[in-house]
Write a protein that binds this ligand. Sequence first.
Ligand code: C2E
Ligand code: CA
Ligand code: CA
Ligand code: CA
Length: 283
Amino acid sequence: AKSAGKNQVVVFDGELRAARMRQTRIATGLRRALARGEFALHYQPVVDLATGDIRSVEALLRWIPEGGEPVRPDVFIPVAEETGLIVEIGLWVLEQACADARRWHESHGITVAVNVSGRQLRDETFSDAVLAMLDRHELPERALTLEITESMLLATTQVETTRIVEVLTRLREHGVRIALDDFGTGYSSLSYLRALPVDVLKIDRSFTTPLTEADHQRTRAFTRAIVELSASLGLSTIVEGVETREQADVLRQMGSPLGQGYLFSRPVTAERIDDLLLVAPWK
Ligand code: C2E
Ligand code: CA
Ligand code: CA
Ligand code: CA
């Protein structure tokens, strides 16, 4: 038993070391990625479920290291957050998204949503940088939505949380919109909804997937309740992960105005969004 215990420790140690080396490799790659131009933004349309019109797009970061395979955001974003690199990368994302969104906003009134991490919001210069960027690109403040998650606040202290709420409030006073992302997945979604200044609720796709399965009355009741709660708070609601017509139909009947998911489009290049604004194949 003793030796087995020892082996376990060795295995655990080895795994831990492998994981740490992987982290370090990703961090090293990320440090060079901006200079090498290895990042790209893809955009996914948010669609009016009644008319099929595109109402906004969400910017999603892609990283393809030189001579390598694309790395998934779920893998590199946490490393970028831990190392603080997300501050610089996040500014690049905002800059690129504002540049692309300007023509979509001018031609179709489309707004753009950008995901931001808690680490970015805690940076002293963040709100000034965002407002200056909007000015530079001549994009009205209301054409930008920042997507935040409640998990973003989990690791923060009370002082940091207060600071984040201040930053969000300031940006919101200037017209920038705030979306609470992945809603319904955390342990205290409702208290975050009460505490945070938000304009948009994005219902997580874990509520969408089982929506049309026969034995999921409970999921349907939850989804309907969140849609109604969101409406009665005067928020706009986006349901994520809409993959089938049936799901879109059920959601529309529940009174959910907006959906996002593979049924309409996967995240695509900016050029492809130009095409989709002219002809939407799902219509
Ligand atoms: P998210 O913000 O919840 O983004 C939605 C994710 O769901 C995207 O994954 C998208 O491709 C995927 N998705 C969209 N529609 C469907 C669908 O119908 N079915 C399924 N199964 N999936 C769908 P992606 O692009 O891999 O991004 C993963 C996460 O990485 C994002 O989740 C977000 O938290 C983070 N992320 C992406 N870009 C950025 C960024 O620029 N900054 C920060 N801080 N985080 C980012
Ligand atoms: Ca998001
Ligand atoms: Ca302005
Ligand atoms: Ca989400």
